[in-house]
Design a protein around this ligand. Structure first.
Ligand SMILES: NC(=O)c1ccc[n+]([C@@H]2O[C@H](COP(=O)([O-])OP(=O)(O)OC[C@H]3O[C@@H](n4cnc5c(N)ncnc54)[C@H](OP(=O)(O)O)[C@@H]3O)[C@@H](O)[C@H]2O)c1
Length: 304
């Protein structure tokens, strides 16, 4: 019998990749939780529409589904939104995580939390799982707290810190910088990227694969899911533009920490992915091999 995988935040960017690949694998019955209207049910795919912060509803869904594993992606992920709407950010990023963790802890379901490279202050770079988080904005504070809750509540819990996620939405929409960049480049418009932010971008297909692998294996603890290329976001955008046949002159360098009214960003939040390369079968990609994987997957999807 197929195991049951629950994915929160189904309408989002990362969740779409997890759900699409898990359904295709044929190894999971997938239960996608979302605020948005449910698409049609398909074989091995069930969508349940409600607000994750509705605790009674969440408890009912958990009791009915009895998941083997939960990939918890739902969050307010916009750094400036979280800075300016701290009660909302606490309610979803911490509150909903606490409820999901409590239910996983009590039922034995494995919980995989989507955390972020932003938990680090960006003064060191190439952070390992042993480095201590130090939040520089409110979004990161909520994620540090969510991590603590998962570690303390779920014996087989996984804190997965994602670097900047690159890709095209596999299902739904969500927070894809690549999709917005491609739209602008196609129209010949300039795109702005911060040169001060050094990251290890990871493609959304690899993130989905890794989550599905972790959902089904014995790993617990903290793991960094970053790509194998350490690069600043401006140079990353230049390389992507050139690879796709656009001029790098359309890419404009900015400094995200010199823009008034914005929350502070860590400068070098690059992640060391050595542990992921050691413990996972899912290969970690470079920027270019990740881009290639994303584009090939989109083509395959378009062909049906
Ligand atoms: N993208 C990145 O570069 C990146 C990097 C590091 C970490 N992360 C983390 O990875 C996770 C996924 O990121 P993403 O890029 O996929 O974000 P996203 O596209 O913004 O998706 C997040 C989803 O959370 C759900 N959500 C928010 N409030 C909710 C509520 N009250 N009830 C139910 N669902 C709610 C929404 O899903 P529905 O529309 O289905 O309700 C939303 O689409 C987040 O936890 C984020 O912090 C992302």
């Amino acid at each position: 019998m197929a195991r049951k995988l629950m994915v929160t935040g189904y309408g989002g960017f990362v969740a779409g990749s997890v759900v699409w690949q898990a359904v295709r694998s044929g190894e999971w019955d997938v239960y996608a939780l979302s605020l948005i209207e449910s698409p049609e049910e398909r074989e091995r795919f069930h969508c349940i529409q409600f607000d994750l912060c509705d605790v009674a509803k969440l408890e009912g869904v958990f009791a009915e589904v009895r998941p083997d594993a939960v990939v918890h992606t739902a969050a307010f992920a916009d750094i400036d939104y979280c800075q300016n709407n701290q009660a909302d950010a606490m309610r979803v990023n911490v509150g909903a995580t606490r409820d999901v963790a409590r239910l996983c802890g009590a039922s034995g379901a494995k919980m995989i939390l989507c955390s972020t490279d932003s938990v680090f202050d960006g003064t060191k770079g190439l952070y390992t799982e042993e480095d201590a988080p130090h939040a520089v904005n409110f979004y990161a504070e909520t994620k540090v707290e969510a991590e603590r809750i998962v570690r303390e509540t779920v014996a087989n819990g996984v804190v997965s810190r994602l670097s900047l996620v690159m890709g095209l939405p596999v299902l739904g929409a969500g927070n894809s910088f690549l999709a917005k960049t491609l739209d602008a480049l196609k129209k010949g418009e300039q795109v702005k990227f911060p040169a001060n932010e050094i990251r290890t971008p990871v493609d959304v297909i690899t993130v989905g694969r890794a989550f599905i692998e972790i959902a089904g294996n014995d790993f617990s603890g903290t793991i960094h899911l970053g790509g194998s290329t350490r690069i600043n976001r401006f140079e990353m955008a230049c390389q992507i533009a050139e690879e796709l046949g656009y001029s790098r002159d359309l890419v404009v360098a900015t400094d995200s920490n010199a823009m008034p009214g914005r929350a502070l960003r860590p400068n070098d939040a690059s992640l060391d992915n050595g542990k992921a390369r050691r413990v996972l079968d899912t290969p970690m990609q470079t920027l270019m091999s990740g881009l290639d994987l994303v584009l090939r997957t989109k083509e395959a999807q378009n062909r049906g």
